[in-house]
Design a protein around this ligand. Structure first.
Ligand SMILES: *Cc1c(COP(=O)(O)O)cnc(C)c1O
Length: 429
């Protein structure tokens, strides 16, 4: 084993360190496997109940009327998320688009949007108009209010109660931390927050940005009262196979509003050619529980490696997991670049390129991204990225298989080690 890793460029001392760390993680990996087993059964059940058949894999073109495969896939998602309806489309271009769609579908001029969990994901700033942007919700007269988490990272219930007013139409809750160093939320905690918001204002709608959270637990935000649960198919639920797309699972009324926003009033869900994408969308969803489990193991492995080297990790090495993202605070741009170089060098695609920081649309500082993915930008595949700004944290996620995630983490450490940016003598196992 050491020889094959050496052929990949991982030196024996790095490999041995990795094995020593792994020996301490067996129980946690068993628990992840049990969650994957449960979720595999959940997906299988939804596919069987909704009578997925070979006829569902046919390509549709043009308007895409009477598309059995598209309609069945949406019932499979709804079945798995336990919602009345779902919109699952390759025409939803990414997670930001899915979230913008959901917001735009239900908010009207004069309404207010509330985020009770602090600032939303960077790309939503322009969608909402926190950073002025043509076409933002702000331009359409939708106002935004935010309640930050307490210093301890908890929901600030008093401030949330005070922030919910007669114009509050929608509450948006981001499950995963994104590019922040706050904790990600458990589905149970999200459920409590939703229940609280609805106790203050019974008709308020609650949307959850579920990006990176799917299949990490046995339940989803839709099981605890979310009216819309939203995510990207090039993250967990696409299982690495979906070439593009997004989903919104929710109440029939919300999903209908989203469909009308995606296509047009009067057309709604009835149109939208599948363009041959359905087999990969079905198969990816089927594989998603095990792919997510592999990514979770990688995240835990990374935290256990880097914490032992003295770097702050969110979540911490022994903390429970709420999503597949692992933040590692490396403290310098130099270390971020070395880490990302390692992830890139471990990739099956584009392993020979060097990631460099660059301005990215939707982000307000340079971002470095490492990804050698089969699907462009797919972050259920092994990837690392982060904005080049203090505290210089990289966000590591994905891995289509646990073994590949492991290789990537070892390679990131190898690059830091070769450049003298880590002190292996600090290792405590
Ligand atoms: C990735 C992500 C998004 C945006 O998804 P894109 O597909 O990159 O547009 C939104 N919210 C969170 C929490 C995310 O992780």
């Amino acid at each position: 084993m050491k020889d094959i890793y050496a052929s990949l460029g991982i030196s024996p001392e790095i490999y041995d360190f990795g094995e020593a760390v792994l020996a301490s993680l067996r129980e946690r990996f068993d628990a992840i496997d049990a969650t994957a087993e449960y979720n595999q059964a959940k997906v299988l059940l939804a596919m069987q109940k909704n009578r997925v058949s070979g006829a569902c894999f046919a390509t549709s073109t043009g308007y895409g009327y009477n598309d059995l495969g598209r309609e069945t896939l949406e019932t499979v998602y709804a079945g798995c998320f336990h919602t009345e309806a779902a919109l699952v489309r390759p025409q939803i271009t990414c997670g930001t688009h899915a979230l913008a769609l959901a917001l735009g579908a239900v908010l009207r001029p004069g309404d207010e949007l509330l985020s009770p969990v602090g600032a939303p994901y960077d790309t939503l700033e322009e969608v909402i108009g926190i950073r002025p942007s043509p076409g933002s919700l702000a331009e359409f007269g939708v106002t935004y209010r935010q309640v930050d988490l307490t210093a301890e990272g908890d929901f600030d219930y008093d401030a949330i109660r005070a922030a919910i007013g007669p114009r509050t139409k929608l509450v948006t809750i981001q499950r995963s931390k994104g590019y922040a160093t706050r904790p990600s939320f458990s589905v149970e905690a999200i459920g409590q927050l939703i229940a609280f918001c609805k106790s203050v204002k019974p008709d308020v709608l609650c949307m959850v940005d579920n990006c990176y959270g799917e299949f990490v637990q046995r339940i989803e935000p839709s099981d605890v009262g979310a009216d819309m649960t939203v995510g990207s198919l090039i993250k967990n639920p696409g299982g690495g196979l979906a070439a593009a797309g997004g989903y919104i699972c929710g109440t029939a009324a919300c999903v209908e509003a989203c469909a009308r926003r995606l296509t047009a009033p009067g057309l709604g869900k009835e149109v939208g050619a599948n363009l041959g994408q359905l087999p990969a969308m079905y198969q990816g969803f089927f594989l998603a529980p095990t792919v997510t489990a592999g990514a979770l193991k990688g995240a835990i492995f990374a935290a256990n490696i880097y914490e032992r080297l003295g770097f702050a990790c969110v979540p911490g090495a022994s903390e429970p997991r709420r999503d597949i993202i692992q933040a590692v605070t490396l403290g310098s741009a130099e270390r971020m670049e070395a880490f990302c170089l390692g992830i890139q060098a471990a990739a099956p695609v584009d392993s020979f390129v060097t990631p460099v920081p660059w301005p990215m649309p939707g982000y307000d500082s340079d971002v470095i991204m490492a990804a050698g993915a089969f699907v462009q930008g797919s972050s259920i595949e092994l990837s690392a990225d982060g904005p080049i700004r203090p505290p210089y944290a990289v966000y590591f996620q994905g891995g289509l298989t646990w073994y590949h995630a492991k290789t990537g983490i070892l390679m990131s450490l190898q690059k830091l080690y070769e450049r003298g940016l880590v002190d292996l003598k600090r290792i405590k196992i």
